[in-house]
Design a protein around this ligand. Structure first.
Ligand code: ZN
Length: 249
């Protein structure tokens, strides 16, 4: 009996050994429920890793309420995405559901009734960063009346470290926190979509309702990312000034 157990453990050891973590990417742990109790936007990356080949889980909490509306759009992503529901009520995506998203997929709140204050969906959307070449995405809006495409906003999402990475757009080497490509692209999409031209269907002339930006919170994340990077640089400058003062005195 003892020898059998030993055989088993030897076999497990041989077949299931996980290589030690990359010293540049310390293993981190996040509790999704804790994080999304305070997360103020949709599609928040849970970990600070978005390098080539990284698995990037992002969280969303879509909640109903009086007068609530999330609108609808399509997301096209060259990177593969998987959606996992971490609990839902009154949602198309039931608790525990796992879905492999198609590269082009429709996005809304997934709630049967967005005005129901008891309805919610807590999700992760996880994308697998490419390891080479360029990575692209698009946000697309269609006319509510005739379904013709009214906005297509395409943007580069090549990960940091690959040739196609856009440092001007997502953060140069001194940016401690990079703009998350999908949130930045989504914020831009919402702005374009809510212009007179973006709302008006070229095919049928219908003027579509404004896209509700508040429940998604993208612009806030973009602004805060810019601000925290500036804050860090201001802090470094202040520390430099302090050093110079010391040298003078
Ligand atoms: Zn139309």
């Amino acid at each position: 009996m003892v020898s059998q157990l030993n055989d088993e453990s030897v076999r497990l050891h041989e077949t299931h050994e996980i290589p030690p973590p990359d010293p540049d990417f310390e293993p981190l742990k996040v509790n999704l429920f804790e994080r999304m109790a305070q997360g103020g936007a949709q599609l928040i990356p849970l970990f600070p890793y978005d390098h080539p080949g990284a698995i990037v889980p992002c969280a969303a909490a879509l909640i109903g309420g009086p007068g609530k509306a999330y609108g609808h759009f399509f997301h096209w992503n060259e990177a593969d995405e998987v959606t996992v529901s971490y609990g839902a009520r009154g949602s198309v995506i039931g608790a525990g559901t796992i879905m492999a998203n198609q590269n082009l997929h429709g996005v809304n709140s997934f709630l049967h009734d967005e005005t129901d204050p008891d309805a919610f969906t807590v999700l992760t959307i996880t994308q697998h960063q490419g390891e080479e070449g360029e990575q692209n995405e698009a946000m697309i809006a269609r006319c509510k009346k005739c379904k013709a495409e009214i906005v297509r906003h395409e943007y580069g999402a090549t990960p940091y470290g690959l040739e196609g990475y856009d440092a001007e757009r997502h953060g140069a080497a001194d940016a401690r926190v990079r703009q998350f490509a999908t949130i930045l692209g989504s914020a831009e999409f919402a702005e374009i979509r809510n212009t007179e031209a973006g709302r008006t269907c070229a095919a049928c002339g219908h003027v579509n309702d404004l896209f509700p930006t508040e429940p998604w919170g993208w612009e806030r994340v973009v602004t805060q990312t810019t601000a925290v990077n500036a804050a860090r640089l201001a802090m470094l400058e202040a520390a430099q000034g302090e050093k110079k003062q010391e040298m003078v005195s």
